[in-house]
Design a protein around this ligand. Structure first.
Ligand code: DGY
Length: 324
């Protein structure tokens, strides 16, 4: 152990350049096997460490935080979403929490458009047909999907990723509707139609994109009642958090044909997703890849390190402090 350096426990395997900087600046315990800790194992492993560098899906809930050793002063999550960290429980124990906002906005907005287009244009069915050697050639009626250009896109949650999604959708001449806690200033709104009540937006959505964080208010927000308010043939896209969607309701609407399709990058209970999705040809499914570019994952790691270094090496508040 290099005496004097603060100790950081990495719960996951991070990109090589990120791990190199982590190891250079801290007495770090890396996790090259990407071994997943459950709550009790994490609390045991953290013994003697000053900080935990974790990621989405790690169980830093109230129960785990209550059993963390007294040495732990900081939790730096390698993610913008932090619903896996009980920030209030951390605050009670004077544990500081940081996240990695901004740097994954573009990559996540890109994958939102991929999900939207993949769902609209039946990409899963086309790719599966080809790879199964079942393609008999071009036909005038094969795999006809939903036109995207000029359609209405409703965005639930017009933060950074919602706005970047809207910018991309404008290139498809989509008409943007949105619902957000507060209305955007005109230079950010760029002509999008604001709905103070998100329910009122639903009948205007040929496409509905979920870009809102997972909170008690958004949990299972996309339920049967709200799906029924979407026009028949609408498409639901979710690149935020799976818990915002009631899986049973979405699967039922995809089966009945009320919804044409869905493009989903995130799921409740990842990676053990609802079995019903596997049987749906009209679901374009990805394994939570929104931020998965080399550039973005490096930037997320460097941001997590900026936060750890500010707090542990310079005694400053982390720039991306998450407030309880
Ligand atoms: C995030 O940062 O919240 C992304 O979902 C990746 O974890």
């Amino acid at each position: 152990m290099s005496k004097g350096k603060p100790r950081v426990l990495a719960t996951r395997h991070f990109p090589p350049d990120v791990e190199a900087r982590l190891a250079a600046n801290f007495d770090a315990q890396l996790n090259p096997e990407d071994r997943l800790y459950d709550g009790p194992a994490l609390a045991r492993a953290a013994d003697g460490f000053d900080a935990i560098m974790c990621a989405a899906g790690d169980a830093l809930n109230a129960a785990t935080i209550a059993t963390l050793p007294a040495s732990v002063r900081m939790i730096a999550t390698f993610s913008v979403g932090y619903e896996h960290v009980d920030v209030a429980a951390a605050a009670k124990r004077n544990i500081v929490v940081s996240n990695t906002p901004d740097v994954l906005t573009d990559a996540t907005a890109d994958i939102t458009l991929l999900c939207l287009l993949g769902a609209a244009r039946r990409a899963h069915e086309g790719a599966s047909m080809l790879r199964a050697h079942k393609w008999v050639g071009w036909t005038p009626t094969q795999l006809m999907g939903t036109h995207v250009t000029g359609k209405r896109l409703g965005i639930l949650g017009m933060g950074r990723i919602g706005q970047a999604t809207a910018d991309r959708a404008r290139a498809f001449r989509m008409q943007i509707h949105y619902s957000n806690r507060s209305r955007l200033a005109p230079d950010l709104e760029k002509g999008a139609v604001f709905h103070a009540n998100a329910d009122d937006m639903l009948p205007h959505c040929d496409f509905l994109s979920i870009n809102a964080p997972m909170t008690p208010a958004t949990a299972k927000w996309v339920n049967a009642e709200r799906i029924a308010k979407l026009p028949k043939g609408a498409i639901v896209v979710n690149t935020a958090r799976g818990g915002v969607v009631d899986d049973e309701a979405l699967i039922a609407a995809l089966r009945s044909g009320h919804l044409a399709s869905a493009g989903l990058d995130v799921f409740d209970g990842e990676p053990r997703i609802h079995q019903g999705y596997y049987d749906l040809e009209n679901a374009f499914l990805l394994p939570h890849m929104g931020s998965a570019t080399v550039e973005t994952r490096n930037a997320m790691g460097f941001k997590a390190l900026d936060n750890l270094e500010a707090f542990l090496l310079r005694g400053q508040s982390p720039p991306d402090l998450v407030k309880a």
